[in-house]
Design a protein around this ligand. Structure first.
Ligand SMILES: *[C@@H]1O[C@H](CO)[C@@H](O)[C@H](O)[C@H]1NC(C)=O
Length: 334
């Protein structure tokens, strides 16, 4: 009997700590429990990440955020970035930045950079629909580690540096935090969260596009409701690369929030990359409408029938709260 108990315990332990052998297959993964997870980079390379690996201090950049770059795009320079520099007022004055217009900030995730596809797509949609300042944060120097954990830790320093820069930009350019909407994908959602909590005031909005899951459950450094007046998250690969937890004022779980139609079952990059595309599609029209859920389990089963709230959009004054789910199509504009 004792042996059986020990065996059962060992089996249960193995179930959460065994090394998964099939690249991309995260079906073993339990948010907040599992030790290993497969993660893709922008090129589709697969990495098996040990979420309990010790982090050596010299790998974690003590100066995280010092190497952030801020690229400005407006309707007057849609395709050629202007580099803005914290503390350099001329870099603002000599640019196309206009403090009378809203400022939209875009932040990428792990092993990615400011040129990644979704950033270009959202930037182009934003400028097509609205005369705004688009600031792309490129934090690749602190986001490019062969292992995930140091990048995950860097979201704090990178987010604080972004907030310091925005304090300076808004002062110099004659605007304020009520005119700011920060939009981040994956680890970039947590960068946005930290930035939102670190500025002189709260931004009007933060949108988390499938905020990164691994190591961010019950983590004070994650995106949360203190990050903006209105925080919204769009969960598309929960309990895998994205977080399934409810962390925002309004949390959307399209198609249940874990897997997305049109993606191969094991194609986590596709499921995880759907949130930025849904957001991009929401800029032009308000066809993506969530129905309110009584709880997370209803959302994950896509069985919600309560009141409606539109997903995404770029209305600076948007407000809302609750858990929402809906069914989308499998291709653009979903
Ligand atoms: C979620 O809410 C529904 C409707 O109120 C209820 O039937 C169900 O038991 C709830 N599920 C959980 C896990 O609380």
């Amino acid at each position: 009997m004792k042996l059986l108990v020990v065996l059962l315990a060992a089996t249960a332990f193995c179930a959460v700590s065994a090394i998964p052998l099939v690249p991309r297959d995260n079906s073993h993964y339990v948010e907040g429990v599992s030790r290993y997870i497969w993660m893709p980079d922008d090129e589709g390379n697969q990495y098996l990440i040990d979420l309990q690996a010790p982090i050596e201090d010299d790998i974690v950049s003590l100066n995280a955020g010092n190497r952030n770059e801020y690229w400005l795009f407006t309707r007057r320079n849609r395709n050629s970035r202007q580099i803005l520099t914290n503390g350099n007022a001329n870099s603002i004055r000599n640019s196309q930045y206009n403090g009378n217009r809203p400022t939209m900030v875009l932040t990428h995730g792990w092993n990615s950079n400011g040129n990644t596809n979704w950033i270009n797509q959202v930037k182009n949609e934003l400028l097509a629909q609205s005369d705004v300042n688009v600031i792309v944060l490129d934090w690749r120097r602190d986001a490019s580690n062969a292992i995930y954990l140091p990048s995950a830790r860097n979201v704090v320093g990178v987010g604080r540096a972004l907030a310091n820069f925005l304090n300076f930009l808004l002062d110099t350019g004659g605007s304020n935090w009520n005119n700011v909407h920060i939009i981040g994908h994956s680890l970039g959602a947590h960068v946005a969260g930290n930035a939102g909590r670190s500025g002189r005031q709260r931004p009007s909005r933060v949108t988390g596009l499938d905020p990164a899951g691994p190591n961010f459950g019950n983590n004070a450094d994650a995106l949360n409701r203190n990050s903006a007046t209105y925080v919204e998250s769009i969960h598309t690969n929960g309990n895998s690369l994205g977080i399934n937890d409810v962390i925002s004022h309004a949390d959307f779980y399209p198609n249940g929030g874990r897997r997305q139609p049109g993606c191969g079952n094991l194609d986590q990059a596709c499921h995880h990359g759907r949130a930025p595309l849904l957001f991009a599609a929401s800029i032009r029209s308000s066809h993506l409408v969530g129905r309110r859920c009584n709880n997370l389990s209803e959302a994950n089963n896509n069985r919600c029938t309560g009141g409606s709230l539109v997903l995404g959009n770029i209305n600076m004054g948007k407000r809302g709260s609750g858990i929402y789910a809906m069914t989308t199509r499998n291709s653009w504009p979903y």
